[in-house]
Design a protein around this ligand. Structure first.
Ligand code: ADP
Length: 458
């Protein structure tokens, strides 16, 4: 709105200022031309000691064309001695013009007026003989030609202004419509997304600021949609995972209840199965809780943790499981390997990777863990000669609930969350985790890289 006011002000200025300037120019040029005409007449009258009708008429009889409409010469009393006008000649009368009075007082007088039809200018000068005022010359001009020129100039300016004004108005209406439509499109998209329609995108073309905001909004919505999809998948996977052991428990209890005469050994077997299912449930919920904690910003404050003692503890904990499966565990650790994290995190990483190594090993297999320092990184390598991971599953095994072989994972007590916990924990602590096939024979190698804690050489 304000820019319309500015444009209107500019148009008004355009219509008035040039006109005023040209008017002034005409006034000034008229003054010079009339002054010089009067001077010319004055020089014709020079030498006359006294002005009379006769000697003035005689002196001015052969006066060339002056370009002035009317010339009057008066004596000291303002009595007209000479007048060029034919109709309404004032000769023999008194000239009651202010300019004449001023000239008789010894001053040069000039007056000019523009009345939209003509430039009316009057000019008077005293006629002096030996420092004595002996009369006055009065010139009068009524110029319609210059006025017409000025008028057409004024008209042109007005036409141009009107055209510009209309164009500006049309353009601003058009632009504001376009702007409002873009904004309302964007607003509508924002509202839809707020209501949960994450697939909705703002449809704004162009490269202006609104289009940029819309593009930012669209990429934000993309991220929201991805997160929302991941959340939904996670919730549905989690419910599914919880449902399976619950259904198992239900089936087992129903069987006990519905079988009239069940001997003690069978009941014990059933109850043992129920216990195992319950244990799986609690493992899943524990893993889920851990993942939720990793998702939130609520992580424990890190400290400088040496990896070796934690590894020793994990090896002790997994010793029995390994012995049961006849899998041998070996390890080596650099004393300089210290990481900025929590003991719990490093324990979880080592435990999950090594437990997987044992779980997915064949009998008489081995799991070897090496902790080294490579430049600015602490590298944890967990290698096994187990069943290995098929190529097509390699990129997915860190996904939540992803298992290469569901049955086998369940049999060995897996939840499908172990590796996602490892990845999330490692990423949180500024590291990376990768998996590859073992170079010499069957099996896999998991490599975790974490930043070496500063001043870590304890
Ligand atoms: P799970 O609880 O099923 O072990 P993880 O997230 O720990 O879940 O692992 C995901 C899947 O990756 C497992 O189901 C398994 O198929 C595969 N996997 C993980 N570690 C190994 C390994 N050392 N050897 C072979 N397969 C593995």
């Amino acid at each position: 709105m304000s820019y319309i006011v500015i444009i209107l002000a500019v148009l008004v200025l355009l219509n008035s200022y040039p006109l005023l300037v040209s008017q002034n120019l005409v006034f000034r040029s008229k003054q010079t031309s009339m002054n010089s005409s009067v001077k010319m007449i004055e020089s014709s009258l020079s030498g006359l000691a006294q002005l009379t009708t006769e000697n003035v008429g005689q002196a001015l009889s052969d006066l060339r064309e002056t370009g002035v409409s009317r010339i009057i010469v008066t004596d000291t009393a303002g009595y007209v001695l000479y007048d060029t006008r034919e109709t309404g000649n004032a000769q023999g009368m008194y000239a009651f013009y202010t300019e004449v009075a001023q000239a008789l007082d010894g001053n040069d007088a000039y007056f000019c007026r523009y009345d939209s039809e003509a430039f009316l200018s009057r000019c008077a000068q005293p006629v002096v003989y030996r420092n004595q005022i002996i009369g006055a010359i009065f010139a009068y001009e009524y110029d319609t030609e210059q006025a017409r020129l000025l008028q057409s100039f004024q008209k042109n300016l007005a036409t141009i202004s009107v055209i510009v004004g209309v164009l500006v108005l049309l353009l601003s209406v058009l632009l504001s419509r376009l702007f409002t439509r873009q904004i309302s499109d964007l607003l509508q998209a924002i509202r839809s997304v707020r209501e949960g329609a994450y697939s909705r995108r703002a449809n704004v073309r162009g490269t202006d600021e609104i289009a940029q905001i819309a593009a930012e909004f669209n990429s934000l919505t993309d991220r929201l949609q991805t997160t929302e999809n991941a959340r939904r998948r996670f919730v549905s996977d989690a419910s599914h995972e919880l449902k399976t052991p619950l259904a198992g428990i239900r089936l087992l209890t129903d069987s006990i209840l519905q079988t009239d005469e069940m001997d003690g050994t069978t009941v014990r077997e059933f109850v043992t199965d129920i216990g195992q299912e319950a244990e799986r449930l609690s493992r899943i919920t524990e893993d889920l809780l851990r993942l939720t904690r990793l998702d939130s910003d609520n992580v424990d404050r890190p400290a400088v943790i040496p990896v070796k003692p934690v590894l020793e503890r994990v090896v002790r904990m997994l010793g029995m499981v390994a012995r049961e499966k006849e899998v041998s565990i070996s390890w080596e650790a650099d004393d300089r390997a210290v990481v900025m994290t929590t003991e719990d995190d490093i324990h979880q990483i080592l435990y999950n990777l090594m437990e997987n190594g044992i779980k997915y090993s064949s009998q008489m297999g081995f799991v070897h863990t090496a902790v080294t320092v490579e430049g600015e990184a602490v590298v944890i390598r967990v290698e096994d000669n187990g069943i290995g991971i098929p190529d097509e599953d390699m990129e997915h095994i860190f996904d939540r609930f992803y298992r290469v072989d569901k049955m086998r994972s369940r049999q060995v007590g897996g939840t499908g969350l172990g590796l996602s916990i490892v990845r999330d924990t490692v990423v949180r602590r500024g590291g990376t985790v990768a998996v590859e096939h073992r170079k010499s024979g069957r099996g896999s190698v998991f490599t975790v890289r974490l930043p070496l804690a500063e001043g870590g050489e304890l």
